[in-house]
Write a protein that binds this ligand. Sequence first.
Ligand code: COA
Length: 424
Amino acid sequence: MKALEGVKILDFTHVQSGPTCTQLLGWFGADVIKVERPGVGDATRKQLVDVEGADSLYFTMLNHNKRSITLNTKNAKGKEVLERLVKKCDVLVENFAPGALDRMGFTWERIQELNPRMIMASVKGFGPGPYADCKVYENVAQCAGGSASTTGFLDGPPVVTGAQIGDTGTGLHLAIGIIAALFQREKTGRGQKVLAPMQDGVLNLCRVKLRDQQRLERGALEEYSQFGEGIPFGEATPRAGNDSGGGQPGRILKCKGWETDPNSYTYFITQAAAWEKICDVIGKPEWKDDPDYAKPRARLDKLTHIFETIEQWTMTKTKFEVMEICNPLDIPVGPILSMKELAEDPSLRETGTIVEVDHPERGKYLTVGCPIKMSDSEVTVVRSPLLGEHTEEVLSAVLGYSAEEIAELKEAGATEVVKKLAAE
Ligand code: COA
């Protein structure tokens, strides 16, 4: 038995934010039925194609544990099928451009009429307000949610991060809302609307930067490197390079081999509690009693010199050696791991965080498995569906259509004939 067993999801999502959410619900055991446009499907199927004729990794890595049904929801017969799906499912998840579902004829009022227990969950770029009608993609959300203005170096332009906090981050927020709504429905018997705007999701993840904005109104941010360097603050939370966000000075430092390996670096935090051990490890025991170095406050205007000195030591070690030496001493450090290193990491394979999946069109590929581990709801990663692979199965087994009715739906252009798979 899985955590969400018995929950049916009408998955009307595409691209990244919505699919992240429904994939997670699938991993928790929900039956996820992905509705796609006949002949086209989710646009990511054919984006960044690396194996000609096969679904892209962009699609496969975001759509595990789902069934795919093709349905033209602008066709009269297709709308009837969608109505049946709405009646049958517990949650409708969508991330269309604002108003698209209404234009299809499926307003929130109509959905409630069809199924008062339905939870309707949406990702939009912005919440209600001046930008509510805008279409939004990842980097726009990172910029509008406060991430870009606070990422990068003080003397450079705003920078977007590689972590997809706008898309995947918002998908995760939406999943949390859906699970809470399912729990509430247990008591009230009613569904509800769940909205996760991407701007709000990014801002939530940038919470500490809004904290700093308010602290800035009361004075300089002393833990920021620029304070020690005597650079005045402006009106807004500045970009802080690789400073750590928690008040303990930290930097990224070179390690042995940095000249040829772009990821031969470590993160190093000069946590106050570990200061004496740091002094010993880097060969500066005299700093322990020196009034210019012994106390955190005294060190603030010397951080650049301190980190340069620590770097002289880290450059004599690999990033893994730094970790082996510092971890037993409770000095917080972390290697900068490349995607190659993560892909090959045996411990991540063992925990199911990196999974090898077999796909009939493209063969074996790696994906990130479920990052949440539950002791009583085990996750098995199942390959993504081909376009419309489960159309007949869902129409007959879930919605009760007969073979003749399915043929009529195809005839009417509500769905399409899907190629049969050779036995896997
Ligand atoms: N049958 C018939 N029509 C369908 C269909 C189906 N099965 N599925 C979708 N469509 C139609 C929609 O009804 C819509 O038609 P309309 O514009 O005539 O109303 C059309 O396809 C396109 O949908 P839309 O969502 O506007 O796609 P887009 O490619 O133009 O925009 C986004 C893509 C991501 C920018 C937009 O969906 C969006 O802003 N979503 C919300 C924010 C978001 O999730 N962004 C991040 C994505 S990772």
